[in-house]
Design a protein around this ligand. Structure first.
Ligand code: MN
Ligand code: MN
Length: 464
């Protein structure tokens, strides 16, 4: 070490994050920008978990993956996907290596995002306007959802059992929907209220109509117009809303942000910005290992239910794969490794007081590994081992992946959880990794193209 200058020695000994753009050649930067084009298309096609599942299935089938049902035969090199109720996808490639020794390489992201769901009896009219009642889904800042264009997505199951798909507000010729807010002229008291209570859940009513039905006999004329238009288009009556899942999401399309187009603005980066790289990494790599990409639902409300990661379906699927390969699933799980692929909060200089900068994710410094998540003293995290972080770090180093590490904000400022703990509990080594997001859970979130691409390269390195 003696021949080094003090500055060289300091550079050798100290840790510093790297900016992916700065570390990339013009050709690599072009790749980063090109990759974002496919991602932005995926964002526009996949605004709900059902649409993300359908879009993913189409990508998988175009690449030779076929649907797997429990009980199907499996052999090495099979490319299959398991569709859990149309809301959660498990895509897997059976490896040629001994699965008991090699385990399964798992990438687990989620495809649900915060939004407003329609109540089961949503429609009413008041003061010449028609509205839908909603119940918000996931952690939303309610005031952000007023006075922006909204789209309606979902399914309606009719009395005869047939299902109607609904997407209104995405085509430029479609109408959009809207939540009223108070004018500032009358907002003196509202503006004194805390942000969290200024707009209440029961005021998130969707404006859906205003034309009275031309008939003297009908008492609720705007409601009648709306019902008649829905009936005309979908053959649906009001009672059919009882068996429907309809969600209201921002009508915005994904767009480049900034003069240099370095960033992407979109609804639902959390967590499509990890699910898209996970699926494309699966499709773009070859490997001897068995690889499983999990796209889960219900993460935003606690990973509950049939399609959330707390469901037994993950262990059931692993057991069935092992059964077909003549392997013991307990041994396989104990030798498996999972990257829990979810977003983290990007350091935002506009809100510096809630971050601890040394341990925050910086925009454009690459995909971000979080050894632990949780809140109030790491509560709710699976806290990956130093050995696992060391293993993933070596994989990234060998493959030239630029990455960073972070935790979500200051120790006592708050926190968050992911699906990691629900996978780790099955004796599968799991660590969190994903893209840093600005304005997470807002109707329009922002990420850096460099971090999206870095996440893709990280996933390719991990599964190959
Ligand atoms: Mn997430
Ligand atoms: Mn989230």
């Amino acid at each position: 070490m003696s021949e080094l200058t003090a500055k060289e020695l300091f550079d050798k000994l100290s840790y510093k994050k790297k900016n992916v753009f700065e570390a990339s050649s013009p050709e690599q930067i072009k790749k980063i920008y090109d990759y974002s084009v496919g991602y932005m298309k995926y964002l526009d096609d996949a605004k709900t978990e059902r649409e993300a599942a359908d879009t993913t299935v189409a990508m998988l089938e175009a690449n030779g993956y076929t649907e797997y049902k429990f009980g199907d035969k499996l052999s090495p090199r099979d490319k299959r996907y398991f569709n859990q109720k149309g809301k959660s996808i498990f895509a897997f490639r059976v490896g040629s290596k001994n699965i008991e020794e090699d385990g399964i390489k798992i990438l687990a992201a989620h495809i649900d995002a915060p939004r407003l769901d329609l109540k089961q009896v949503p429609l009413y009219e008041d003061s010449n306007m028609g509205f839908f009642k909603t119940h918000y889904y996931g952690g939303v800042k309610k005031y952000q959802w007023t006075a922006i264009p909204l789209a309606l997505h979902g399914v309606i199951v009719k009395a005869d059992g047939s299902t109607v798909k609904v997407v209104i507000g995405e085509d430029d010729s479609d109408p959009v929907f809207y939540i009223n807010d108070l004018l500032p002229h009358l907002g003196a008291r509202q503006s004194q209220e805390p942000l969290g209570t200024a707009i209440s859940g029961e005021t998130l009513n969707i404006l859906v109509g205003g034309l009275p039905y031309a008939d003297e006999e009908v008492s609720e004329k705007v409601k009648m117009t709306v019902l008649s238009l829905i009936y005309e288009k979908y053959g649906v009556v009001e009672e059919d809303f009882l068996s429907a899942e309809l969600s209201v999401v921002p009508a915005f399309k994904a767009r480049d942000i900034g003069f240099d187009r370095a960033l992407i603005g979109a609804y639902g980066h959390d967590d499509r910005v990890c699910s898209y790289p996970a699926v494309t990494a699966l499709l773009d790599t070859e490997s001897e290992s068995t690889v499983l990409v999990v796209l889960a639902d219900k993460e935003e409300i606690g990973s509950v239910g049939l399609t959330g990661m707390q469901s037994d379906v993950l262990v059931d699927l692993i057991a069935k794969i092992c059964e077909q390969l003549g392997a013991d699933d307990i041994i396989v799980r104990s030798n498996s490794v999972c990257l829990s692929a979810d977003v983290t909060a990007a350091y935002d200089p506009n809100f510096a007081d809630v971050y601890e900068k040394r341990n925050s994710a910086l925009v454009s410094c690459g995909t971000c590994m979080s050894k632990y998540t949780g809140a109030r003293g790491k509560s709710g995290t699976s806290d990956a081992s130093a050995e696992l972080v060391g293993y993933v770090r070596r994989v990234f180093e060998e493959n030239g992946v630029i990455w960073q590490t972070a935790e979500l904000g200051k120790v006592d400022a708050g926190g968050g959880g992911t699906v990691a703990q629900y996978i780790a509990k099955h004796n599968i080594e799991t660590v969190d990794i994903g893209v840093p997001v600005i304005s997470m859970h807002a109707p329009y979130e922002v990420v850096s193209k460099a971090d999206v691409y870095s996440t893709y390269t990280a996933f390719c390195a991990f599964i190959k």
